[in-house]
Design a protein around this ligand. Structure first.
Ligand code: IPD
Length: 268
């Protein structure tokens, strides 16, 4: 069966917008933590669960043969070759605290390749989209990264995982990175960090411990805007490490992070 990535993108955008409206409009006044995952700070709210259910329902109705991989446990092996990788609320801690930096992230993967992605910030109303090989857009405006600054003038976004051992390792890396760059930002939603990079709001990004749903849509947006999204030593970006920036800055960031063995697994 042939797959039209444009159709996948249209569906991704439509359901990410819808889930974004849900989490804003139907947020209960007394929103609490429904459950926790890898640590006491790795929270799930009822709205994460409701938004993921909405995404699963839309996918199942529109494309019943597709697979699904969702942050809150949605897991279905499909038969069409398409897998949806969804994060119903990326930046759940921001959402809990009503900090306006959270997103719905929806990507469609064909085999191992993310071919379409949409990231919706329902508070700002901004919608980033990307199609593999075609480009990335913010609210329909094509994103093309300009020349990056050198490392010492680069504004670099990063994030931290939930496991205290991972955080300790990330803090040790940050201690060496921070004096070498203009400054660091920790906004609290990986998909938005990658979209910020694509939009020129930061110059680079790195983080260890991202799951596929944190990376899929935002990674495509950043790559299609002209960033290199990679791991260390030529490995692909993934849970061990994601480094993203436009060359040549990405090479400088990779060199610093390789020197720090920033992709070593602190949980091993
Ligand atoms: C988290 C956010 C955060 C990043 C963490 C992610 P969640 O996702 O993207 O910025 O630093 O690594 O786990 O839990 O809010 O969906």
């Amino acid at each position: 069966m042939t797959v039209d990535p444009r159709e996948l993108l249209a569906l991704a955008e439509q359901m990410a917008r819808e889930a974004g409206r849900l989490i804003v409009d139907e947020r209960p006044r007394d929103l609490g933590v429904a459950t926790t995952k890898t640590s006491v700070t790795d929270i799930v709210t009822e709205m994460d669960q409701r938004a993921e259910q909405l995404l699963v329902d839309r996918i199942t109705t529109a494309r019943p043969d597709d697979g699904i991989l969702g942050e809150e446990g949605a897991a279905r092996v499909g038969t069409s070759g398409v897998t949806w990788v969804v994060d119903p609320i990326d930046g759940t801690v921001n959402y809990l605290y009503e900090l306006p930096s959270y997103a719905v992230s929806v990507a469609a993967r064909v085999g191992d390749d993310v071919v379409a992605g949409a990231v919706v910030n329902p508070v700002s109303g901004e919608v980033w989209t990307a199609l593999r090989g075609e480009g990335a857009w913010l609210d329909g405006r094509r994103l093309v990264l300009g020349e990056p600054p050198e490392l010492a003038m680069a504004l670099v976004a990063t994030g931290f995982g939930y496991d205290p051992r991972r955080r300790a390792a990330q803090a040790a890396v940050l201690q060496v990175v921070l004096p070498q760059v203009r400054d660091v930002r920790r906004a609290g939603a990986a998909s938005l960090d990658l979209c910020a990079l694509a939009t020129g709001r930061v110059d680079g990004y790195y983080e260890q411990g991202l799951k596929p749903w944190d990376l899929a849509a935002g990674g495509l947006v950043a790559a299609e805007a002209g960033a290199v999204v990679t791991g260390l030593h030529g490995r692909p970006a993934g849970e061990a490490l994601v480094v993203a920036a436009r060359p040549p800055l990405v090479g400088a960031l990779v060199a610093v992070l390789e020197g720090l063995v920033a992709d070593a697994d602190p949980l091993a």
